[in-house]
Design a protein around this ligand. Structure first.
Ligand SMILES: [Cu+2]
Length: 132
């Protein structure tokens, strides 16, 4: 009797947890899409792309203009996971970021059709900037 109760509690927790996971994952990805235009800012002819690093990178995909000087700002905020160990191979960037702060990385002037990828040092988290 008691065993059955415990099992059904475990099953309900698993179902609720699974549902919450999918719901939060979906809202996170739609949030990422909404952020796409918000994480790009043009100042003095330079476009700045902002990526937040904490438990991964967000937004995961950013599409911006090619043929324009571009800088990447990576923000950390109490980031103690490995997303603070950032590698942007195409510009030779590799650094352990401050747990809280901003790192500005010069991406040069990528051409249309180029793609720049950032990964954590373990290769488990990544983000992509597409130049259209
Ligand atoms: Cu990692």
């Amino acid at each position: 009797m008691q065993k059955g109760t415990i099992i059904s509690i475990i099953i309900s927790i698993a179902i609720i947890g699974g549902t919450l996971y999918f719901v939060s994952d979906r809202s996170a990805s739609t949030g990422g899409e909404a952020l796409q235009s918000q994480n790009v800012e043009v100042r003095d002819g330079v476009q700045y792309v902002t990526i937040n690093a904490k438990g991964g990178y967000s937004p995961r995909v950013t599409t911006i203009k090619g043929g324009m000087p571009t800088k990447l700002i990576v923000k950390t905020d109490g980031t103690y996971d490995c997303s603070s160990a950032l590698v942007v191979r195409s510009v030779g960037f590799q650094k352990i970021l401050q747990p809280t702060g901003e790192e500005t990385i010069d991406l040069g002037t990528p051409k249309s059709g180029e793609e720049i990828q950032g990964v954590c040092s373990m290769g488990m988290y990544n983000f992509v900037i597409n130049f259209s």
